[in-house]
Design a protein around this ligand. Structure first.
Ligand code: MG
Length: 362
């Protein structure tokens, strides 16, 4: 399991509909893919999207981080000592969580393949299938209602509604969606840092007054406003989920210590991969805190890695892994099956995704 080489490529996949949040609008997935080969010819795959507005990582910075820092640090190391390789990967440079995540998952893919087991079984084997939500982009209310009904028709029972652009007008938007989908659909609200702390409290209390039965509100305030996040969490009954405010295990420890949120949203592109995500799961479990697993606009490669983490870890009780469902292209072969709302794990070794549509490996 000696790491022989690390190659990079790109994949471009059109989305079925433009993806819109309070921060951005995206029409294509255009990501860096990573292929790690060991001395026995085994390969592992990883992926990183350039989510500059959240992680700061761009196509150029991801490429540079891997080629100039990460690869020189770990090529030649033996994956038999997984922790030593992961410590080196994380220690060779600060920040750059997305390129670290892409390499981390490719290493886990290869490591599990070498043992002939699906990765989730080596990460704790907590569940064999689970349900994901589907994201409803920020749009005029009628369009969001239409998208929500379409999602329910496709079999999704949990919807994540993107808001955060219009303050109290967002309440009407959410009320219209609740009215359209009925009481049995679980609704999550993601403000993507769009509100101030005071605004958050008044909006969330308005949602509560209207009895809209919102499961949770995600990242209402700016990422750096931890005091504001804690304030909102203390003021409302609806559970608050920290997303952009938690990247590293240290961030998670800080939020847990002061109880600034009720739940944590783990994304591999924020943690720098599975190795650090496992540390957050361990912390959460110790403190009885539930986690969501989320993703950026990622294709099936890295979302499959997140699915393995979710299936492995009991601390992760909620999934927002709708990247593959948002793509207009048919699924890639192998790995977890993304069939509408249900993600079902398979016996394919490693992360399992194969026949990656990338032609520019270099
Ligand atoms: Mg979010």
């Amino acid at each position: 399991m000696r790491i022989e080489k690390i190659e990079l490529g790109t994949i471009t996949l059109p989305l079925a509909h433009p993806f819109k949040t309070a921060l951005r609008t995206v029409e294509h997935i255009h990501d860096i893919v990573v292929r790690v080969t060991d001395n026995e010819g085994r390969v592992g795959y990883g992926e990183a999207p350039p989510t500059a507005v959240i992680t700061g990582d761009t196509l150029g910075s991801i490429t540079c981080a891997i080629e100039e820092f990460i690869a020189p640090a770990i090529v030649g190391m033996d994956l038999a000592d997984l922790d030593a390789v992961m410590a080196k990967l994380n220690g060779c440079m600060v920040h750059n969580s997305s390129p670290k995540a892409a390499v981390d998952m490719a290493l886990y893919d290869l490591w599990a393949k070498a043992q002939g087991k699906p990765l989730y079984q080596l990460l704790g084997n907590a569940k064999a299938s689970f349900e994901t939500d589907l994201t409803i982009s920020v749009n005029p209310t009628e369009e969001m209602v239409r998208d929500a009904l379409e999602a329910v028709e496709k079999g999704f029972h949990i919807l994540k509604i993107k808001v955060g652009k219009e303050g109290l007008a967002d309440v009407e938007r959410i009320a219209a969606i609740r009215e359209a989908v009925g009481p049995d659909i679980t609704l999550r609200v993601d403000a993507n840092q769009g509100w101030t702390a005071a605004q958050s409290v008044s909006i969330i209390k308005a949602l509560e007054d209207k009895a809209l039965n919102i499961q949770l509100v995600e990242q209402p305030v700016p990422a750096e406003d931890i005091a504001g996040l804690k304030f909102v969490t203390g003021q409302v009954d609806t559970p608050i989920l920290a997303d952009e405010a938690v990247f590293s295990p240290q961030d998670a420890a800080n939020l847990i210590t002061i109880r600034a949120a009720d739940y944590l949203n783990i994304k591999l592109m924020k943690t720098g991969g599975i190795w650090n995500a496992l540390k957050i799961c361990k912390l959460a479990k110790q403190h009885g805190m539930e986690c969501m697993i989320g993703c950026m606009l990622e294709s099936q490669i890295s979302v499959a890695a997140s699915a393995h983490l979710c299936a492995g870890q009991s601390a992760i009780t909620m999934a927002d892994l709708d990247g593959p469902s948002l793509c207009a292209t048919p699924p890639m072969a192998g790995g977890p099956r993304f069939d509408g709302a249900v993600i079902a794990m398979t016996e394919d070794p490693g992360i399992g995704v194969r026949d990656i549509p990338c032609r520019d490996w270099h």
